[in-house]
Design a protein around this ligand. Structure first.
Ligand code: PLP
Length: 357
């Protein structure tokens, strides 16, 4: 079997280190004679995994005091309603930058008034709106830092007067950031941390406990914080795998090194898209995502779209097809994707151009 260049949008490429360590632990976890699948989540062995994963999240992201890190089930999509359940008294503000933001808005509307402060729907979510006001009486302001489907990204840690809540499913660990600007940061692990099944939530504790509604235990962040993500059985293997990725991040030099690599990879690919006569990028240049690179064929070459996909597959490229709702191409170049894979895609685009332009 030859290893593929994995541009899948999620579940996505993982470091070989994570895959290898997970395979070992599935057979025999740390000399216990048991598979990681077979040990109790309350065993000292697994407690250590959980504690180290939380500690490494805090260390790598420089999470300040007063914040907790929990790993939950249910995916980022469960956070779409857990957030308003825990935070919304009357009103919340949302920035609509794409279909994930739209989904988050839909769920929030079950709990109160949602003010959509701005939307880029007018241009097919190809940019990040910049001029808008956030109501001062909003209970929080929700953003989606990376639009996984249309390939736009927010690179700034916004300064706002209300708690800032961010869905960072597809760009966590991709750049240095100031966690102290946020009330909650959350995301599914399956794009940048590990296999699907675990969701990370970084919560500033003092924003909790302000709503009047009763909150079912499983939905209440305070339950999971006080029980250290062990209120119920957590996704054990997924958290173990996530820990391996976090260790790998640290061994590389942490987030500053990841950011440097991500900038290099993104520049390499966007430069080729801009240079190549066949292809054109779809996101506004200043908002181009470093994680999901979206592009299409120039109008006069539209008929070559499926030929290029076939050509790319023949060269070992996986997952370059655009989202089913969008078409075109999308290369997801998450933290674990080596620059060699980006170079291989660039070579592929150049060779295809030589044949067709
Ligand atoms: C993938 C994705 C989600 C959905 O995550 P699930 O874990 O599948 O619920 C939400 N938000 C963003 C930005 C995503 O990329």
């Amino acid at each position: 079997m030859t290893k593929k260049h994995n541009f899948n949008p999620g579940p996505a490429v993982l470091p070989p280190f994570t895959v290898d360590k997970t395979i070992e632990a599935l057979k025999d976890y740390d000399g216990t004679g048991l598979s990681i699948m077979e040990i109790s989540h309350r065993s000292k062995e697994f407690q250590a995994v959980m504690a180290e994963a939380q500690a490494l999240m805090k260390e790598l992201l420089e999470i300040p005091m007063g914040y907790s890190v929990v790993f939950l089930g249910g995916g980022a999509s469960t956070q779409f309603f857990m957030i308003p359940y825990n935070l919304m008294k009357n009103k919340a503000a949302y920035l609509n930058t794409g279909s994930w933001a739209t989904k988050a808005i839909k769920e929030a509307k079950f709990f109160g008034e949602v003010v959509e402060v701005a939307s880029s729907a007018d241009k097919d979510f190809s940019y990040i709106p910049k001029d808008y006001d956030i109501p001062v009486d909003a209970d929080y302001f929700h953003i989606t830092t990376n639009n996984t489907i249309k390939g736009t990204e927010i690179f700034e840690d916004y300064d706002v007067a209300v708690p800032l809540v961010a869905d960072m499913s597809s760009d966590i660990f991709s750049r240095q950031m100031d966690v102290s600007k946020y009330g909650i940061i959350y995301g599914g692990n399956q794009k940048n941390i590990g296999p699907a099944g675990a969701t990370f939530v970084i919560v500033k504790e003092d924003i909790l406990g302000k709503v009047d509604r009763e909150i079912p235990s499983m939905i209440d962040y305070r339950t999971h914080i006080s029980k250290d993500s062990m209120f119920n059985t957590p996704p054990v293997i997924n958290i173990f795998s996530a820990l391996q990725t976090l260790k790998w991040f640290k061994s590389l030099g942490g987030v500053p090194e990841l950011e440097k690599r991500n900038i290099e990879k993104a520049e390499l690919l966007y430069n080729e898209i801009d240079r190549n006569t066949l292809f054109v990028g779809t996101a506004a240049k200043e908002d181009r995502s470093r994680m999901n690179v979206c592009f299409i064929m120039e109008d006069e070459y539209k008929q070559l779209e499926s030929d290029f996909l076939e050509f790319a597959v023949g060269r070992g490229m996986i997952g370059v097809k655009g989202h089913r709702s969008v078409g075109g191409f999308r290369a997801s170049i998450y933290n674990a994707l080596p620059i060699e894979s980006v170079q291989a895609l660039v070579d592929c685009m150049q060779d295809f151009e030589a044949q067709h332009a």
